[in-house]
Design a protein around this ligand. Structure first.
Ligand code: ADP
Ligand code: MG
Length: 245
């Protein structure tokens, strides 16, 4: 794998029991590339990106992430997680820890970073997502949009090679969607490698280098936002776009 490929998936298939959830997926994500993945509910989008940080294991094909090959029975899961940040629909912050500790925990526990340095990094990234004043609060005291920005800051504190987003705005009240999309857009402008499962097509148009459409476990179509939105090739893509745009 050459150094400029952050994620490479070759002929990846996965089953849940007898049900094939991923079918022969081929996808390469270059350094600094921004990918948006969309598609109907149940098409395998979450499963695919969860394979990239080893929350799920694939059964056939090959996945490499930042030079680490993910095997069927791999032991270095921690090594993978250090390289891959993930932001979930439901934030998944540690409820019993302050915002600051949420951001310090990973670097201290997983990377062995000294506490003072972890604190400095945490404050830097809370500043970066524009909520340094919330550092000493608990997640429950924050709005959904603020919690999601903490989740982004917490991932950034691990200084990952790539950030995965799984529908990060779909659990938010409508008025909070834009603050999270703005944070993601600014990360993209800074050159972060990003794979975003989202149906925010405005974000896709503005930020994505490539839009990927999945249906029933397959990548059906991919292209630049300009191609994808103005001239979709497949009927399933056209139908999907007609439903969400
Ligand atoms: P998407 O994110 O595109 O909505 P998912 O990757 O969550 O799709 O799910 C794809 C399919 O796999 C769905 O049919 C879902 O019900 C099924 N699935 C997801 N997780 C599991 C699991 N842990 N066990 C069995 N089936 C699952
Ligand atoms: Mg999903």
């Amino acid at each position: 794998m050459s150094a400029d490929k952050i994620i490479e998936a070759k002929n990846v298939s996965k089953w849940y029991g007898a049900f094939q959830v991923l079918k022969d997926i081929n996808l390469t994500v270059g350094k600094g590339e921004r990918i948006v993945i969309c598609g109907p509910s149940g098409s395998g989008k979450s499963t695919l990106i969860r394979c990239f940080n080893r929350l799920e294991a694939h059964q056939e094909g090959e996945i490499s992430v930042n030079g680490i090959t993910l095997h069927n029975k791999m032991r270095n899961v921690t090594e993978v997680r250090k390289n891959v940040g993930m932001v979930f629909q439901h934030f998944n912050l540690f409820p019993h820890m302050t915002v600051l500790m949420n951001c310090m925990a990973g670097p201290i526990w997983i990377k062995g970073v000294p506490e003072a340095e972890a604190k400095k990094t945490a404050l830097k990234f809370l500043e970066r997502v524009r909520i340094p004043e919330q550092a000493n609060k608990y997640p429950v005291q924050l709005s959904g949009g603020q919690q999601q920005r903490v989740a982004i800051a917490r991932s950034l504190c691990m200084e990952p090679a790539v950030m995965l987003f799984d529908e990060p705005t779909s659990a938010l009240d409508p008025e909070m969607v834009s603050e999270v999309l703005e944070t993601m857009t600014s990360l993209a402008r800074d050159g972060m490698t990003m794979v975003c499962v989202t149906h925010e097509m405005g974000f896709a148009r503005a930020v994505a280098d490539r839009v990927i459409f999945m249906d029933a476990g397959r990548i059906v179509e991919e292209g630049s936002p300009a191609e994808f939105f103005t001239n979709p090739q497949h009927d399933r893509t056209k139908l999907f776009l007609s439903q969400i745009l």
